[in-house]
Design a protein around this ligand. Structure first.
Ligand code: MG
Length: 161
């Protein structure tokens, strides 16, 4: 019987005026923000999908449907907490997480440590177990034209007993 599982997640949201830019639970000063039913935190969404995927539990759209008014404007860190509780209730814990944010602007490097800290606190794990990298899309495609921000995440789960 295996005692490790791997999961991957992907998300993309559109950039628009009049919205806050929140990545990994950190509010980042920018003239555009991400559009979505919740706070549209693409990084946290990709991590949640990776956690769920590792245990074949579906995706976040299943648990937090965008048609459900109760998730309107939701803080994605609260959704992450719920997904993490589900993972723990199945007898698994996080081994490590590795993520990439793909954004043309703004420069995210100065904010990565705060994102790790915030996500680590939310998950109750050492921020050292959370890798977050930022890259541009070399001005290619919708992300390169600053129409949106995307994120990819991989997680390793370890059987907790
Ligand atoms: Mg999303």
């Amino acid at each position: 019987m295996t005692n490790i599982r791997i999961g991957n997640g992907y998300d993309i949201h559109r950039l628009t005026e009049g919205r806050a830019l929140i990545l990994g639970g950190v509010k980042i000063d920018h003239h555009l923000g991400l559009l979505g039913h919740s706070d549209a935190d693409v990084l946290t969404h990709a991590i949640m999908d990776a956690l769920l995927g590792a245990l074949s539990l579906g995706d976040i759209g299943h648990y937090f449907p965008p048609t459900d008014p109760q998730w309107a404007g939701a803080n994605s860190l609260n959704l992450l907490t719920q997904v993490h509780q589900l993972i723990q209730s199945k007898g698994w814990k996080i081994g490590n997480i590795d993520s990439v944010i793909v954004a043309e602007q703004p420069k995210l490097k100065p904010h990565l440590a705060a994102m790790k800290e915030t996500l680590g606190k939310t998950l109750g794990i050492d921020p050292e177990l959370i890798g977050i990298k930022a890259t541009t899309n070399e001005k290619l495609g919708p992300v390169g034209r600053e129409e949106g921000i995307a994120s990819y995440s991989v997680v390793l789960l370890v059987k907790s007993t």
